[in-house]
Design a binder for this molecule. Structure first.
Ligand code: PGA
Length: 271
């Protein structure tokens, strides 16, 4: 696996967090369509250095997409995973199956939590299983509209981070990516503002610092997700605690996704 840090080269204060853009295709694209989409963007994506790029197609397309990503710098991620290695879990996919193909796995996405009843406890088991098998988790957290309106965002997101990371060794923390995705912003076209997203991402980093150390919290990469587009990515990437994006709808269009990565690089090189 590549290291998630770029060395500043100044020899002392350490590193700069390597920005990471992940495309969460959700339940979209057949295998053929997946290959077409990757084909449309892979050359441009591969030419970009300084941003880690991860494509997360549906399970059935992972293997074919992997073929196209071979010898490129673009990584592959799954959208979910069960925490057991094998057994009578009809319909589930295990870390042993994914570790052969994937660098990353998205865990605890709000759609999994809402439609499939995933709890913080289950997400925690999955994060631990991924780490055990050298798959990097992208653990998603975020509040719904009612929680935001009731000013419960901080308490809710903090609990998701604390419970999702419970019992995880400090040595594993820098390999985890946390994604802040306010549910009201996902797929709605109503993205958070940069300031709103920064406020919660700073809180997430603070929570990691309280659980572990400030030093390790500074190494964790935090993405914003929720109606990210080529038009608004700069606003998010300009925030000090936002290190990338988890992109849904806009990752299904080659030009949009390439633009998002290009703009991420532009902003992050000035950070
Ligand atoms: P969206 O989805 O970009 O379509 O809002 C983001 C996500 O759910 O990861």
């Amino acid at each position: 696996m590549t290291t998630p840090f770029i060395n500043r080269g100044n020899g002392n204060s350490g590193f700069k967090r390597l920005p990471i853009i992940a495309g969460n295709w959700k339940m979209n694209k057949t295998v053929d369509e997946s290959l077409l989409l990757v084909d449309e963007m892979i050359d441009d994506l591969d030419a970009i250095e300084g941003v880690e790029i991860v494509l997360c197609p549906p399970f059935v397309a992972l293997y074919s997409v992997l073929d196209l990503l071979e010898d490129t710098g673009v990584g592959l991620g799954a959208q979910n995973m069960y925490h057991q290695n094998s057994g009578a879990y009809t319909g589930e996919i295990s870390p042993l199956m994914l570790r052969e193909i994937c660098d990353y796995v998205i865990l605890g996405h709000s759609e999994r939590r809402t439609y499939f009843g995933e709890t913080n406890e289950l997400v925690n088991l999955k994060v631990k299983a991924a780490l055990k098998h050298d798959i990097r988790p992208i653990m998603a957290v975020g509040e719904n509209l009612a929680q935001r309106q009731a000013e419960e965002t901080s308490a809710f997101v903090t609990a998701q981070v604390r419970e999702g990371l419970a019992g995880i060794d400090i040595a594993d923390i820098p390999t985890i990516v946390l994604a802040y995705e306010p549910i009201w912003a996902i797929g709605t076209g109503l993205a958070a503002t940069g300031a709103m997203a920064q406020e919660v991402c700073a809180l997430i980093r603070q929570t990691v610092a309280e659980l572990y150390t400030q030093e390790v919290a500074e190494q964790v990469r935090i993405q914003y997700g929720g109606s990210v587009t080529a038009k608004n990515i700069e606003e998010f990437m300009s925030q000090p605690d936002i290190d990338g994006g988890l992109v849904g709808g806009a990752s299904l269009n080659a030009d949009d996704f390439i633009q998002i990565v290009v703009k991420t690089l532009e902003v992050s090189s000035k950070k």
